[in-house]
Design a protein. Structure first.
Length: 144
């Protein structure tokens, strides 16, 4: 195995050093063609490319592909009425870090009893183990 730079690197290096725009062979040029718009991408900075496609073209194609797809409920597995392309800030029933709920599961809730912990207790107990003990104590006091 040799440590030779690839031909694309050499082409760009020579072009930068010489200040000339060297014509690429047709075979090389066909590699540097965006599959979405068909335009040449050989002179586009790599930060704006996805493979050899324009970043904008790839993002547009991806958004069009997912525009009509709907989320699946994380609890029951049914399709929801929320499109995948909908931002999470505009969704009903979205749980951050978990995913999307359907309206039925969202309205049903978790069927669990909830208890409220005073904010001062959380703020004034920096040790998680101590906080857990206080929460459990509060739970058993309310259970009686």
């Amino acid at each position: 195995m040799t440590n030779k730079p690839d031909s694309d690197f050499m082409y760009n290096w020579i072009r930068e050093k010489s200040g000339k725009n060297i014509k690429m062979e047709n075979k090389q040029l066909s590699i540097w063609t965006c599959q979405y718009c068909g335009k040449d991408t050989s002179n586009v900075d790599y930060d704006y490319l996805v493979g050899t496609d324009h970043l904008g073209c790839a993002l547009k194609a991806e958004s069009e592909m997912t525009a009509n797809e709907y989320e699946t409920c994380i609890l029951c597995g049914e399709k929801t009425d929320v499109k995948i392309s909908t931002h999470v800030d505009f969704r009903t029933g979205y749980i951050e870090g978990a995913g999307q709920l359907c309206i039925k599961c969202y309205n049903q809730g978790s069927n669990r009893n909830h208890m409220t912990i005073p904010e001062w207790m959380v703020e004034n107990t920096p040790n998680d183990q101590e906080l857990g003990a206080k929460v459990r104590e509060l739970y058993w006091e309310n259970k009686r």
